[in-house]
Design a protein around this ligand. Structure first.
Ligand code: FPP
Length: 230
């Protein structure tokens, strides 16, 4: 039965609810982010195993930098101290890791770690893991327009515009935001133009493999028309 399910080519994941998950258990917000991170480490492997070709995650938004420095540094350190150690997994599994976002908030050490992973995995071809880190979709669009101006592009069309984004990725098919919030918060506005939206109430640290399977089942119930008739 299961193998008949359509698997979305590109999944977008807004990992929301780490803070509420922690507070409900009497833990600190940082402990919530740690639990969210550990969940992600398992979940992304499952998502790729299911056959998703591109996974984009919202790891840190540009607006998140309004939060206390300590919380932001904690999330950045999860990347440096935990995710960085995982880089061989992506290499072994032929997954290309890319980052989307501006680079001005990060220290040299963080930028070097990001560049190392990108360099190590750049020729991988079986899937793409796009980590949105200091990311704002509105800034991505502005940054694209600046480059388009520099290149004196005339007759701009959608395909060309897509190439000027941080990465020339296919459109998002399924957008998941956990924790029951139903908004995009400046995440991949161009890429979600025809995405199916799924808003489970589960807090991200509890959004496990079974929950992802439910998302796929829901996705399979949707009738995608792309503006046409079906
Ligand atoms: C939103 O929950 C979550 C974040 C701002 C950060 C999510 C980051 C991770 C799970 C790990 C980062 C991954 C890498 C690869 C470094 P929230 O804090 O807004 O939750 P709340 O709305 O319940 O307060």
């Amino acid at each position: 039965m299961e193998d008949k399910l359509k698997i979305p080519n590109h999944v977008g994941l807004i990992m929301d609810g780490n803070g509420r998950w922690a507070t409900s258990k009497g833990l600190s917000r940082s402990e919530g982010h740690k639990a969210g991170y550990l969940n992600l480490e398992k979940l992304n492997k499952y998502i790729f195993k299911k056959g998703v070709n591109v996974l984009s995650i919202y790891a840190l938004s540009t607006d998140n930098f309004k939060r206390p420095k300590q919380e932001i540094n904690y999330i950045i350190n999860l990347f440096l101290n935990n995710f960085f150690k995982e880089k061989d997994f992506y290499q072994k599994n032929n997954i290309k890791v890319v980052f989307s976002g501006r680079r001005n908030h990060f220290s040299e050490k963080v930028l070097k770690a990001m560049d190392d992973i990108v360099e190590q995995t750049k020729n991988n071809t079986s899937a793409i893991f796009n980590i949105c880190f200091d990311y704002s979709s509105r800034n991505e669009i502005i940054d694209a327009l600046e480059k388009i101006k520099e290149d004196n592009i005339n007759n701009l069309d959608q395909e060309t515009f897509n190439k000027y984004l941080y990465h020339d990725l296919p459109p998002i098919d399924l957008l998941i935001r956990t924790s029951g919030e139903q908004r995009l918060s400046d995440f991949m506005l161009w890429q979600v133009a025809y995405a199916e939206f799924y808003f489970p109430k589960t807090m991200f640290p509890d959004f496990d493999e079974k929950e992802f399977d439910l998302a796929i089942l829901e996705y399979n119930k949707r009738n995608r028309k792309f503006g046409g008739i079906k």
